[in-house]
Write a protein that binds this ligand. Structure first.
Ligand code: FES
Length: 126
């Protein structure tokens, strides 16, 4: 008996598939590698049913926010937190609400949800 591999996912023109919508649970965050040719990854958070995607670079000094894979949120899940100096960011709009980059914001990435996939512009983070 042979198993059939699931069909390969192909991205619509100009877009990049980050993951299936089902792979990002409510209240969860997840990191993604840079786009081909890039150095800065992305991360996604699902909160109140909405998927938010940001470039994984703290506006303070530009380092990645996560201290361990896929951990971008405070323990209570209420905010995005930078692991380096503890800046807190709004999940809804990426605004820094506390910390050394207060008043600045994460770089938001346009999100498209289609056919059960989370899609972003292929050049996001470049
Ligand atoms: S690098 Fe993020 S708060 Fe300093």
């Amino acid at each position: 008996m042979s198993e059939t591999a699931p069909p390969a996912l192909s991205s619509p023109p100009g877009l990049r598939i980050l993951c299936r919508e089902t792979e990002l649970a409510e209240g969860a965050s997840r990191g993604f590698p840079p786009a081909p040719g890039g150095f800065t990854g992305l991360f996604a958070v699902r909160k109140d049913g909405h998927v938010h995607v940001y470039v994984n670079a703290c506006p303070h000094i530009g380092v990645a926010l996560d201290w361990t894979p896929d951990r971008f949120l405070t323990a209570d899940g209420a905010h995005i937190v930078c692991s380096t100096h503890g800046a807190l960011f709004s999940i809804a709009d990426g605004a820094c609400i506390r910390g050394p980059c207060r008043g600045d914001a994460l770089e938001a990435v346009a999100v498209t949800l289609a056919d059960g996939m989370v899609l972003v512009p292929e050049d996001a983070g470049l």
